[in-house]
Design a protein. Structure first.
Length: 473
């Protein structure tokens, strides 16, 4: 515990939903829900307007639609969220070299290490300046907590929401914490909270009064000791600038259970490629490949294979994931698949490329001319239906194959040759509805097009600030 409140915790307010409201002027002040839009989708973030209806993160999207049927339901745009996060984290690093990011929208900062605060007055000034700088740079609001420890700084930022600042003066911790729910403390989830409630403990003050011995008896030594220290406001953890990644993974939940073994293998290969992209993006390689399979009955299986050394070769990861899949029974159907890499390192062991070459040689031996990155897809040179097989143009009967219908997800960015930038409000029955507006513009007009309109194309997100546009046509 420090004698001055020089540990800062920043938590951006309803981050994903706030970014969407900032980039889509017609949604400002409206209920916005970001997450998976399919039957098995889950809410990632809900705006404060949506939270008034009882919608919250981790809630099934189907349930959210029942609670808030008139809300705007949008897919996440992680590339934009990452870009905004980098701006925010850059502002934090201007305050101190000790910045500990917890996620895209949350971080601890040691102000004392950066020489930007040594007492309550300077800490408050720094916090207020940070909030103003974030607003100017991104157009978004963040909540700031200041205290003498990480735990209390996080509690303070939560109490300051939305768009506020709370400073906890050293010496006032117990008085502030006492009336709060035990669920306020880190690590006290629904199960522990219910266990404590049955024992008559619902507030942090009651937790402190119970004493360490009683808490150890109730929840075990390690958890009990930790709970008692937190109830007293004690936390000596330092702000750590670099948090080593332990794993990289991707997963997909499918709207309809997959039964076709070929389709399941294809999805695993696709997830392996996405996982390697994320792995390379973080500058790591890894030794252990992990496959996750959630079956029709919600049972979840994980299988792993450890290589001789770290790799970031997509062919190696695909091959290992495929081998792991062979050991899993998917007869009843699969609702979720995931591929991950653990045992991360910041280098690659060169001899593992031999495994990739062996995989390609095996594909060639089976009659497919493998290319770097995998076996050619249908219709590609050397692939099934490609020139190597001298196939007739089009499908098996020689007739031209119809082009697949273009899909437009709600919330995605588009650009029209005439009307300019906009975003998809919805699509169906061969039509797509677009609202033409951008950050800084007034709410825009809505127009509907055929899904295959040649003048309408997917687009990259526009920056939230510095892109004020004129009125849309």
């Amino acid at each position: 515990m420090r004698a001055a409140p020089t540990i800062l915790h920043l938590d951006m307010d309803a981050f994903y939903a706030s970014v969407e409201q900032a980039s889509k002027p017609s949604l400002r002040g409206k209920a916005v829900i970001v997450g998976g839009l399919g039957p098995r989708g889950v809410v990632a973030t809900a705006s404060y307007e949506a939270r008034r209806f009882g919608v919250h993160s981790a809630m099934p999207t189907a349930q959210a639609r029942r609670l808030c049927p008139n809300g705007a339901y949008l897919i996440p745009r992680f590339r934009l969220y990452q870009a905004v996060s980098e701006v925010v984290m850059g502002l934090l690093r201007e305050l101190s070299p000790l910045v500990e990011p917890l996620s895209l929208d949350e971080a601890f900062v040691d102000l004392e290490a950066g020489g930007t605060a040594f007492d309550a007055k300077s800490a408050r000034e720094t916090g207020e300046r940070l909030r103003a700088d974030i607003r100017a740079a991104t157009g978004l609001s963040g909540s700031v907590g200041l205290a003498g420890s990480k735990m209390l700084a996080k509690v303070a930022s939560e109490e300051a929401k939305p768009a506020g600042l709370l400073l906890i003066e050293p010496g006032t911790e117990r008085e502030l914490l006492a009336p709060m729910s035990v669920r306020t403390l880190p690590g006290v989830g629904p199960v522990t909270g219910e266990h404590l409630r049955r024992a008559g403990i619902t507030t942090v003050g009651e937790l402190a009064e119970a004493g360490e011995d009683e808490l150890v008896r109730m929840v075990g030594r390690s958890h009990g000791v930790g709970l008692y220290r937190m109830a007293l406001g004690l936390d000596d953890r330092p702000v750590v600038a670099e948090r080593d990644a332990k794993s990289v993974s991707v997963e997909d939940t499918f709207d309809v259970d997959l039964h076709d073994r070929v389709r399941i293998r294809t999805e695993v290969q696709r997830l392996a490629d996405r996982c390697v992209q994320r792995l390379r993006g973080s500058g790591h390689s890894g030794r252990t490949i992990v496959l996750k399979v959630r079956r029709y009955d919600f049972s979840t299986l994980t299988r792993s294979e450890t290589l001789r050394g770290p790799t970031d070769d997509p062919a190696v990861v695909r091959e290992a994931a495929a081998r792991l899949l062979e050991a899993v029974d998917t007869t009843g159907g699969v609702r979720l698949l995931g591929v991950g890499v653990t045992g991360l390192a910041d280098y690659t062991q060169e001899d593992l490329f031999a495994q990739s070459m062996a995989a390609e040689a095996e594909a060639v031996a089976e009659g497919a001319a493998a290319e770097p990155g995998g076996v050619p897809e249908k219709g590609e040179p050397g692939g099934p239906g490609g020139p190597a097989e001298a196939a007739e143009p089009g499908g098996p009967t020689g007739e031209p194959e119809p082009a697949p219908e273009r899909r437009w997800a709600a919330g995605s960015d588009v650009l029209h040759a005439v009307y300019g930038p906009g975003w998809v409000q919805g699509s169906g029955v061969g039509r797509v509805t677009v609202r033409f507006e951008q950050p800084g513009s007034p709410p825009g007009r809505v127009r509907t097009f055929r899904v295959d309109d040649p003048e309408l194309e997917p687009s990259d997100p526009l920056p939230l600030v510095g892109q004020a546009g004129a009125d849309t046509p």
